[in-house]
Design a protein around this ligand. Sequence first.
Ligand code: SCA
Ligand code: 5AD
Length: 677
Amino acid sequence: MVERKPFYSADDIRHLEYQHSRPGEAPFLRGPFTQMYRHKPWTIRQYTGFANAEASNAAFKQTLAEGGQGLSVAFDLATHLGFDSDHPAAQADVARTGVAIDSVEDMKRLFAGIDLSRVSVSMTMNGAVLPIMAAFIVAGEESGVAREQLRGTIQNDILKEFMVRNTYIFAPKPSLRICADVVDYLSHALPNFNSMSISGYHFQEAGAEPALELALTLANARAYLDAISARGLDLDHFCHRLSFFFGVGMNFFDEIAKLRAARLLWCEEVEHRGARSDRAKRMKMHCQTSGWSLTAQEPHNNLIRTTIEAMAGVFGGTQSLHTNAYDEALSLPTEHSARLARNTQLILQQETGICDVADPWGGSYMMESLTQQMADKVRDYLRQIDAMGGILAALESGWVSEQIHGQALRAQSRIDNGQRPIIGVNRFVSDDEARPPVRAIDADEVLHQQRQRLQRLKETRDTSRVEAALADLTTAAASPTANLLAFTIEAIRARATLGECTQALLKQMRRHQADAHYLAGRYGLERRQDTQWRSVRREVDAYHQLLGRAPRALLVKLGLDGHDRGVRLVASGLKDAGFDVDISALFSTPEQVQRMLDSAPYDALGISLLSGAHLPLVEQLLNTLGPQSCDRLGVFVGGIIPDQDIPALTAMGVDAVFPPGSSMEAIIRKLITVLAD
Ligand code: SCA
Ligand code: 5AD
């Protein structure tokens, strides 16, 4: 958190350089537009996608009918990682965390009956950006919308995937080339489409505090500017289509200050590189309220948290906003929870008067001072990153991961020891809370349909045309000057699938695999004075004595789920409590887990799953391991697991399930009880 004083006065802002600037004027600290929401309120843009194209299309139409003002597509994990729905590695994950898209036919179904020349569409896609962007362009083309009319945003921010979100396909270098190809192509062919949404949100979700979130976002943005400018593209030609994306958590004042500081720092950066037009210099952003800040306990409290976060986003001057649904920590939103989330924004826009004044916090002694402090803190981080040789070097050295994970550990230790209050979790806990209904997705049905559709597509297309287009794409991947988006569009138009395009590229660029890490020592250090923690440590010590060695746990990530904040926290907590701990790489298969288990005498197996695919994946794993291993091991599952799935997991042999919000001591105590049993 940025340092606070008990009160602020004119003395705190007298020296500030930008205090007399106006909204809509460089350096845009006070907002990108003069009139801000008076002229046009932010876009209500709710991230939506599940099951198949038809179901998501219906949800899009509903959102537009009920006050949504733009669309935002959530794709499933198979699509993110470049697998068609019939790929063996993707089976458990199809359709769960977003919509399954295999071909341009699916993309056309996704937008059927929606006028793409009028509604702007954001697509959160990074790994498989080429086939998805290509499918969108061809879908527009075939529904009669000219490229110049297509409006929207492609996330196309691969660097943060290597740092946190983990939906990469290729290694960083070829991935950067793909990003630049997309920006280059769109800047000429789709002048109204934002070619990147450079994201801080996922850093915050993974544990970064606001200043670190902003610093990493700007550091990545600099790397993109370097890569794109190296092609000779003029900043004034493409920069206004680089957009930004931030998370907004519960740290109300800092979040507003962060968004104001972000515009200031971006303007300075772009000016420094020689941009002339205001369009290039003004940062535009989307914000999303924090998923991490929401709790599985007393989920209705999340409506209140989201409202407060949404207000910070709006006071910070965002152009577009997603408000999370209150059942976030339980499953994907239901129709009802999605409606309430959207209404939160409609109420802010239409009932409160908040839109009447641009930058309402401008001139506040505290806010101006905090904005400056935030900017200074971020500049400090940027200097550190520069000193390491830039963000790619900082990433490779492990510094980025250590910073984020270190802050996540600190937050967790402060929640676990009660210093950071979370109502309903570590204060004022209720024992008779009602659990709301959650959305269930029939993933098996979607899987079946998608397979049939793929088969039909492959039967009816011109195979030789597809093969030729894919061969051209492979050749283009070997030639640094070819634009890969242009070649992918040809393949997609010929009805090549997303998986086939990815395969064609993989002939030249191998699939990237990262190692898994966690930090030891940090969590225990934060809690060393705390009696609760000491007593848990004593229990682990006693068990250690009994075994004659430290208890040993293997923590694994299965399927295509790349969310690893939870598994890394638990690994650090167990280690500091006295366990020996290993964690698997992401995307482990049951066979890989079996090999790891065979390599050392493990006592506990922890499985982390936030993707909704827990039932099939845990079943597959435990079947592969067989009853003997399962009986010998304590088996634990953590993540987003709806209550109604717990009996099925128990019947498979799972000893305990830990939902979001489980404290470290609750997890460790349960492990010891089960293992000692
Ligand atoms: C707007 N305009 C104004 C104005 N307000 N002009 C004058 N005065 C004002 N006050 C103009 C703009 O310049 C623009 O025109 C047009 O009106 C539309 O406004 P906009 O501000 O550009 O708004 P929008 O079209 O909504 O675009 C917002 C933004 C875009 C630029 C931020 O990139 C966007 O929509 N991003 C959304 C990203 C997103 O949804 N991501 C979801 C990630 P011109 O275009 O002519 O300038 S979900 C995720 O990643 C988390 C989950 C996960 O999976 O991990
Ligand atoms: N639909 C709606 N919201 C989603 N989120 C992730 N996937 C979806 C989806 N398919 C939201 C959750 C999560 C954040 C990253 O995005 O709020 O925390």
